[in-house]
Structure formats: C-alpha cells, structure tokens
Design a protein around this ligand. Structure first.
Ligand code: ADE
Ligand code: ZN
Length: 404
C-alpha cells in the first residue's frame, strides 16, 4: 500500500516575494520560476526517504543499472581499509588526517556544504570527495571488499541483478595494476552469485576528463576481461568533454560486441547537444542506452528520438535534486515515464549522496512523484528490459516480479 498520505513535505518556495513588471518576457518569468529547493527542504526529503518503511518497495525484486562501485565506498569501509594497512584518511576540508571515523563521516555530509558551491561547485566538491575515496583501494582484497560491501547491500534490497560502473583510469593512474582491480571484482562477483543470489556484469567507464588516448589504452587492457564486462560508458566531469570526443573507443567497442552508453549529467551547459550525440551518433548510430539525460524531457524533438529508438535511460533522481537543487526534477522523471520511455531508477553514488540507496530513491518517487505500486512494477519491468543480463536471468526476474 502507498503510505504517502502520512508524509508531510514542506512546499518548495516559489519566489512569491518577487515582483514581475508586465513587460518581462515570458521565458524569463519561466526561468525565474524554476524554483530551487532550500537545503532545509532537501534535508527534510533526505530524512523522510532515508527512514522509509515501504514494504512494497523493499520486497519487490529489483535490477540496478546505475551505480558506481566506487560511489558505494561508505565512510565505515574507507576507515576499515585504511586501518587495515595502518594508514590515515585525509579530511578533504582541512587536508589533515581524520582523527576519528565520525570526523570522516562529517566530510561526506553534502547538504551541509551545498550552499557554498551551487551546482558547479557542488559537482567539483563531489568529485574531490569521490576520487579521494579511491586512495584506500590498493590491493585485490580492497577491491573485493568494496564490491562485496555493495553486493551485500544489494541483496538486502532484493536486487537480483546489477551492472555497476567502475573507473579503471582512476586506479591505474595511482599505480594500481588493471589486473589487481579485476581480480578483486571477479572474486566478489562469484561469491555474490553463490552466496547472495545477486548476479552482476560490469560496466567500464572511461573518464571524460582524461584523454581519448588513455581511454583507448584502457579499453585494450580490458579485452582479457570480456567475460566480466558487458559494456563501455563515459563518466566524470562533463564540462566541454562531449561524448563524440571518445568516438574511436565507442566505435571499436561496438565493433567488438560491447554495449555502449554514456553519462549526460543533469545541469551541464551542453546537455541537449550531448544527449543528441548519444542518441543519434555515438558508436556510429547512437548508444544502446543513456545514463541520465533527464533534460530530454524539456525538448520534444529529443524526447521523440529517444522514444522512436526505444532507448532505455538510467535515471538517478536523488542525485539531481541534491546537485541541481531544482524542484522540477521529479516532474521531468514523470514526463519521461508517462511518455512511455523505458526509464530505470539508479542510486549513482549512494555513499556520497547522503546514504541514499536504490530503495530510498524509489521511495522518493513515491512521495514526490506519487508513483503507485503498479508504476513501481513497471519501472522494474523497464529495468529488466533494458539491462544486459542473459535471457535466463531476465526471465527469472520477470517471473518473480509477476508472482510478486
Ligand atoms: N562518476 C561517478 N559519479 C558520477 C556522476 N554522478 N556523474 C558523472 N561521473 C560520475
Ligand atoms: Zn553515474
């Protein structure tokens, strides 16, 4: 049952105190009306979705396709991995070693700091924190523990199959061999199927703020791990790094039989152009899926192209709310869903986004988007349709979903 009725959210401010002279053009009024959520409102949302007890969402069998394995690095795990080799963890605010786990935890508190940075500043801060977390990943055991930590969490959320992203360049540039990382992931992947019933295939992301040559070099290093890696994506800071800059790698990946996808982050200044490249051009004829790309909802031509090609989209609403602060985020998710586009919800970087995991993000759609039980089942059908699991795994999850 939908227990949304018992939740009381503050209504976002609509700038009611502003006075608009009659001659202000309509588009400007619309822009001003793009209301921005206060941090207090975001914190209220966060508390509500963090504490939810929605049995339907919890028990529903699920697939997760948009989660960065490095974005699941909890402060507890980071502390444990550092302690394991007698190292300290740097506090990104003071540049001094953290004295305690709670000091480290405080550096993960995004909403306390967002006022200072705005969207761009917020993303810069996010990447500083996110890449900072890589430093404790050094040997095979570290990568194994990171992946197992996520798989255990996934099992507790009834996730049956997932396609986590990983960022190999963020590790090799620190001197970690490609093989070390893959060996750790492989051991965790086998254990997750055997002990937890969680199936997984990996999505290798190229860092778009590094060079296309580095991307190609890492693509070639990944070829011996074809049995683990199902697709190639592109992530990291998007500013002035369009998808087609990496076209050589995507062309090659498609020719070799990998699936291809690409991040189009919400709020990037060139997002409509970038979504267009991903839809129609990447890999020669357009990608197999789009990561984010929420602003397609603002452009009827793009929306029709996505729909016409029946492209799946992975959508992570909580991250957009945190980093763009725009109140209209959930409206856009609704627009895509109601247009019949096969969107699937993800958690992106749950540890760096206020500890909000897949079930919490689904609950956000319950409380802010009035998604019903039937619509949650449809979202999971979408996820099964657009994931790249084997036919057997897809059929088993669909059956379980229908029985549920
Ligand atoms: N890498 C990890 N998280 C990311 C995000 N939210 N956007 C782009 N690149 C990322
Ligand atoms: Zn992402």
């Amino acid at each position: 049952m939908n227990d949304v009725q018992s939740i009381c959210f503050p209504i976002p401010s609509q700038q009611s105190e502003l006075y608009f002279p009659l001659y202000i053009p309509l588009c400007l009024i619309m822009a001003l009306n793009a209301s921005v959520l206060s941090n207090k409102t975001l914190r209220d949302y966060r508390n509500t979705i963090h504490q939810h007890n929605d049995k339907f969402i919890k028990n529903m069998p699920k697939v997760e396709m948009h989660v960065h394995i490095e974005g699941t690095m909890t402060p507890e795990l980071r502390w444990e991995l550092a302690q394991r080799r007698g190292e300290s963890v740097l506090n990104i605010n003071t540049q001094q070693p953290c004295e305690t786990l709670s000091e480290l935890k405080s550096t993960y508190e995004l909403l306390n700091d967002l006022d200072a940075g705005g969207v761009d500043g917020g993303m810069q801060r996010f990447f500083k924190l996110y890449y900072g977390g890589f430093s404790v990943l050094q040997d095979e055991e570290d990568f194994y523990r990171l992946a197992m930590n996520y798989f255990r969490k996934a099992a507790s959320m009834n996730i049956r199959y997932c396609e986590p992203f990983f960022d190999p360049q963020g590790h090799t540039r620190r001197g970690v061999p490609f093989k070390t990382m893959m060996d750790g992931f492989k051991r965790a992947q086998s254990e997750a199927v055997r002990d937890l019933g969680v199936h997984c295939q990996w999505m290798m992301c190229m860092l778009r703020d590094m060079s296309p040559e580095s991307a190609m070099d890492h693509y070639l290093q990944a070829l011996p791990y074809r049995d683990m890696i199902v697709g190639i994506g592109l992530d990291s800071l998007e500013v002035d790094r369009p998808p087609l800059l990496f076209e050589d790698v995507f062309l090659r990946a498609r020719k070799d039989g990998f699936k291809i996808t690409c991040h189009c982050d919400v709020g990037d200044k060139d997002t409509l152009r970038n979504i267009g490249q991903v839809v129609d051009q990447l890999g020669g004829s357009g990608a197999d899926r789009i990561d984010h790309g929420l602003h397609a909802a603002d452009d009827s031509f793009l929306l029709q192209r996505v729909k016409g090609k029946d492209l799946g989209m992975t959508i992570c609403p909580w991250g957009y709310l945190c980093y763009s602060g725009e109140a209209q985020i959930i409206d856009r998710v609704r627009t895509l869903f109601n247009a019949g586009i096969r969107i699937a919800i993800g958690s992106d970087d749950p540890s760096y986004m206020e500890d909000i995991w897949l079930n919490n993000s689904l609950y956000l759609l319950r409380v802010l988007g009035n998604f019903t039980d039937a619509e949650f089942v449809q979202l999971q059908r979408n996820a099964v349709d657009i994931c790249w699991a084997s036919d057997d795994i897809k059929a088993a999850i669909l059956k379980e979903l229908e029985d549920f």
